[in-house]
Design a protein around this ligand. Structure first.
Ligand SMILES: C[S@@+](CC[C@H](N)C(=O)[O-])C[C@H]1O[C@@H](n2cnc3c(N)ncnc32)[C@H](O)[C@@H]1O
Length: 223
């Protein structure tokens, strides 16, 4: 699943035709509970699920699957050059790192020539709107151009410690990051909100989804 709209890889085929996934070495970045890796394994691919969070990987282990789980930072991938045929990430790592070019360079390094990296992030336009599913979420409340990160802190003894951080990149920033990292952008998919999806979750809702995009999916190739 690429995002809250519900677009899945069966429908999107952004990693290529399903029959060609068989036997492919695929790196899932920011895998969380490794839903994508599990689906890839079911298609006959050879996925590796990577996440910074040990806790998330414990969930992956509990749910199961016979593929490796790797606890590591996407900015320092513990793999040799040209290890993978494909890489993917559904809202993993990239929205949360201050230096996305570092991650993209690492992904390029571990991909074989001709390899593809498909990643989804919150659509940059969402930054300008409040995170509300209802009508309050339809008026611009912040600058799209303000790159100040969103930070949640845990305060202890008067000292704050960041426990959740989201970094904003404009659409132009994302394109520039991809090009700077040496990848070629071949598609930018903005999934539309489908009629069947009546779910409301955080700032995600049919009301907003019908008016503004919520997810941006970048399809990149290592030439
Ligand atoms: C929004 S979750 C997405 C999880 C999963 N891909 C999914 O579709 O449900 C983001 C994940 O990225 C991971 N993450 C954040 N920063 C990371 C980093 N620097 N390196 C690797 N993983 C990271 C988090 O631990 C979290 O599991």
């Amino acid at each position: 699943m690429w995002g809250p709209e519900g677009l899945d890889e069966v429908e999107a085929e952004l990693l290529g035709p399903p029959e060609e996934l068989k036997g492919k070495a695929v790196l899932e970045i920011g895998a969380g509970a490794a839903q994508c890796a599990r689906w890839l394994a079911a298609q006959g691919a050879r996925p590796v699920a990577l996440d910074l969070s040990h806790r998330q990987l414990q969930h992956a282990l509990r749910i199961g699957g016979s593929f490796p789980l790797v606890c590591a930072d996407a900015g320092a991938l513990p793999f040799a050059d040209e290890t993978f045929d494909l890489a993917c990430s559904a809202y993993g790592a990239l929205p949360f790192v201050a230096d996305p070019v570092l991650v993209l360079r690492e992904v390029r390094r571990v991909l074989r020539p001709g390899g593809r990296f498909v990643f989804s992030v919150t659509h940059p336009i969402r930054w300008a709107f409040p995170d509300e599913p209802g009508p309050q979420g339809l008026s611009v409340s912040a600058s799209y151009f303000d790159r100040t990160p969103y930070v949640e802190q845990y305060i202890e003894n008067g000292e704050g410690r960041a426990v959740y951080v989201e970094h904003h990149r404009t659409l132009g920033d994302r394109v520039r990051d991809i090009v700077t990292a040496g990848l070629r952008l071949v598609d930018l998919v903005e999934p539309e909100w489908p009629a069947w999806n009546t779910a409301e979750w955080g700032g995600w809702s049919p009301l907003r989804g019908n008016l503004i995009p919520g997810t941006a999916i970048f399809v990149c190739v290592r030439d």
